[in-house]
Design a protein around this ligand. Structure first.
Ligand SMILES: [Cu+2]
Length: 733
């Protein structure tokens, strides 16, 4: 403790005006949301013990909300619209008022739909009454990701099942095309995964045009002098991007996580989950402006802050991941997992032909050596999954590093987080243990918990006075930053009684993380994945305190409004005008339903129109009803002779089922009793070239090559057994 300061608690008042704006980050004017004219929103400064009074005025023509991330406050002030707080309607003001009973680095953001992606996020700094560290300067650094696309189009892109969906991978330079798979000797692995209907690995879902620190790609702080100690308050305010943090001027001393002081550790690199905050102290070296860099997890871009004077000294580049070989990539994504040994170099690879490739994909587990603490406290983990984890790695063990500013490269993991004081939950409380499988279907882009989205299963019931232990089992191939509102939880790690407190925990792919908290609140608190598009697709619950009622202020704001966000409808399709035919397809889909139209015609009186309504029973199986209109003749491909013709306008019923290798099957019968089985699939041959094939028991086949000119336009051509050869232009919408 240094200078103990005497602060008189005071009321600190802010007014935030939320308004539509336009920005131009890449030479293109795009709509965005600004707070008091700025993106990110202004930093709010307080001192522990103050009362915050924040007037939030909505100048947009849609409703909005602000959530104070990581702040412990009364339920009504938490800012989740319809759940805890009334939405802020257009033209209206809501005044938040809450005492600040904690100190540290926090942030705030919209909790309405996808507004956060458009710019509605900002930082909060609460100075402690007694400062633990004296520094020469403080920098608040808000990390974010920026897309020129409308966030709603991003979500539609993630939901659609056509080449536009693959376009992000292409833009990132990671096309999962046949040539790349062969080049990286990953064809066998991919084939095995496709057999299990696992789409190619996405380290990140979205292609971003820019990554920012404080709204820009490069910032200079040349006022700092050699030897000065600077505190960095780093906030990952991005919508869906994890970042690697590095500093060119030596090791970073990590002193706080999610606003809470931890025993200092020196690290070289840290993988920061969405919505986490970390504080570091760095020392400005002599002769140079040293780079603090945040690199997106998929290594498609970074943002930099230069601290000090003189020539720029860069942090080392992080190598691009080998996204074609899942077994290599996933290893790098599990760095945070408690119990995971991180050694000298994060680029360490699994041995060739290692464990991953030999296991069925749905049983794969990566990353850990023994984690005794977790195992002692949690019998649940002695599952076959965990046993596999323990057998999996044969890595050397590196001793915990403390106060070591030299020596080996240190990659951060959660075992390095150690509280200053014991964090044990109140003894004698009954313990409620809940296993939450983090689940999802990447193919359909539906994200869930225990295979149910929030609209299908909304709450987790707890009782006040319980200790609640959540066993988070990530069954997916992506990292999920799970965030609990209104509470701090312990992340059980090797530090036992001194396990750290957090509000957001990264759960790496195919791993298990255990958290626990004292249920000492009431009402309802959101618990969700903080990847915006996962949240919007259903990966959320709310913690409900049994016996407590919603605030009367919410009487006119039905809870269903926020729970049903994952039932949103999406529309997409394509129109191809070719020399021999025109093809049209349109899809209107939501989580459990799809209305689809396909139509095609030559220019000679032949046509086919199919309209169907399908219902998802599982992610793969959907019965449907519809109408089929057909006026067509079929030819032999070699002789060109007509084989047969069909003419009808009839109701049909059928089933569609996604087979291994993502082959879409469609079995239907029309009211005249005629049965048709059809198979169809896409193959990604070269980065810009797709091959689509379709064949059915009407002896109809359709072979089509597509060359992607852009996300929405392709050249398309091939052979159709009814309409024969031809080519033209295809436009997606
Ligand atoms: Cu997620």
């Amino acid at each position: 403790m240094l200078h103990a300061q005497v602060n008189k608690p005071k009321t600190v008042e802010y007014t935030l005006n939320i308004a539509d704006t336009t920005v131009n980050y890449t030479g293109k004017r795009v709509k965005a949301i600004a707070v008091n004219g700025s993106i990110p929103a202004p930093t709010l400064y307080f001192t522990e013990g103050d009362t915050a009074v924040i007037h939030v005025h909505n100048e947009m023509n849609v409703s909005t909300s602000v959530h104070w991330h990581g702040i412990l406050l009364p339920n009504l002030m938490d800012g989740v619209p319809y759940l805890t707080t009334p939405p802020i309607e257009p033209g209206k003001t809501f005044t938040f008022r809450f005492p600040l009973i904690q100190s540290g680095t926090y942030w705030y953001h919209s909790h309405t739909m996808l507004q956060e992606q458009s710019g509605l996020y900002g930082s909060i700094v609460i100075q402690p009454i007694k400062k633990r560290y004296q520094v020469d300067g403080e920098l608040v650094l808000v990390l974010s990701d920026w897309t020129n696309e409308k966030p709603a189009s991003v979500l539609t892109t993630l939901k659609r099942r056509d080449a536009a969906n693959e376009y992000y991978a292409l833009e990132k330079g990671y096309p999962q095309s046949l040539d790349k798979l062969l080049k990286h000797h990953a064809w066998g692995e991919r084939l095995k995964a496709a057999y299990n209907r696992m789409p190619p690995m996405d380290i990140s879902d979205v292609y971003y045009n820019r990554f920012f620190i404080n709204g820009t790609t490069e910032l200079d702080f040349s006022k700092y002098k050699p030897g000065q100690k600077i505190r960095l308050r780093v906030i990952n305010g991005s919508a869906s991007s994890y970042f690697y943090l590095q500093y060119a001027g030596g090791k970073m001393e990590l002193i706080a996580a999610d606003g809470v002081d931890v025993q200092p550790v020196f690290i070289d690199r840290l993988l920061m989950g969405v919505a986490e905050t970390y504080d570091f102290i760095i020392t400005v070296p002599t002769n140079g402006a040293y780079e603090f860099r945040s690199t997106a997890i998929d290594v498609t871009g970074h943002a930099s802050v230069f601290i000090g004077q003189g020539n720029k000294i860069m942090a080392p580049d992080i190598p691009k991941p080998n996204v074609w070989k899942m077994s290599e990539t996933i290893h790098n994504l599990t760095v945070n997992m408690p119990g995971r040994m991180n050694m000298g170099n994060m680029n360490m690879r699994l041995k060739k032909g290692g464990h991953m490739g030999n296991m069925p994909m749905d049983k794969q587990t990566m990353g850990s050596s023994k984690n005794e603490m977790v195992q002692q406290s949690n019998p649940m983990q002695k599952t076959s999954v965990e046993k596999k984890v323990n057998q999996n790695m044969d890595m050397p063990v590196m001793s915990a590093v403390k106060s070591d500013t030299t020596g080996k490269f240190i990659m951060f993991n959660y075992d390095m987080l150690k509280s200053f004081t014991p964090t044990n939950l109140p003894q004698g409380n009954p313990t409620r243990e809940i296993t939450l499988n983090l689940t999802g279907n990447m193919y359909r882009y539906v994200w869930s918990i225990n295979n149910k989205t929030i609209s299908q299963q909304d709450s987790i019931a707890v009782k006040k006075g319980e200790n609640v232990r959540l066993i988070l089992v990530n069954k997916t191939m992506m990292n999920h930053p799970m965030h609990l509102h209104g509470h701090y939880f312990r992340v059980l790690n090797k530090n036992g009684d001194y396990s750290p407190l957090k509000h957001t925990v990264d759960v790496p792919p195919m791993t298990t993380v255990v958290i626990e908290f004292a249920a000492n609140q009431d009402k309802d608190w959101f618990f969700h994945c903080h990847i915006l598009y996962h949240l919007a697709s259903g990966m959320a619950r709310y913690i409900h305190y049994e016996g407590s009622e919603r605030d009367t202020a919410l009487a006119n704001y039905p809870l269903k409004k926020i729970l049903n966000e994952d039932k949103q409808w999406f529309f997409y399709g394509s129109l191809a005008a070719k020399s021999m035919m025109t093809e049209f397809n349109a899809n209107y889909i939501n989580m459990s339903n799809a209305i689809r139209t396909e139509a095609n015609t030559n220019y000679n009186g032949q046509y086919e129109i199919n309209l169907s309504y399908e219902r998802y029973i599982t992610n793969w199986f959907r019965p449907y009803i519809g109408v089929a209109t057909v006026r067509q003749k079929y030819y032999n491909v070699f002789s060109g002779k007509e084989i047969f013709q069909q003419e009808f306008d009839l109701p049909v019923v059928g089933i569609r089922y996604t087979l291994p290798f993502f082959i879409e099957s469609d079995l239907r019968i029309n009211s005249a009793g005629r049965v048709r089985l059809q198979l169809e699939s896409d193959e990604w041959l070269l980065p810009h070239v797709f091959f689509n094939w379709r064949i059915n028991t009407d002896k109809e086949y359709h072979l089509d090559l597509q060359y992607l000119l852009s996300k929405y336009i392709s050249l398309s051509g091939g052979y159709d057994s009814r309409y024969q050869w031809g080519g033209g232009l295809l436009v997606r919408f």
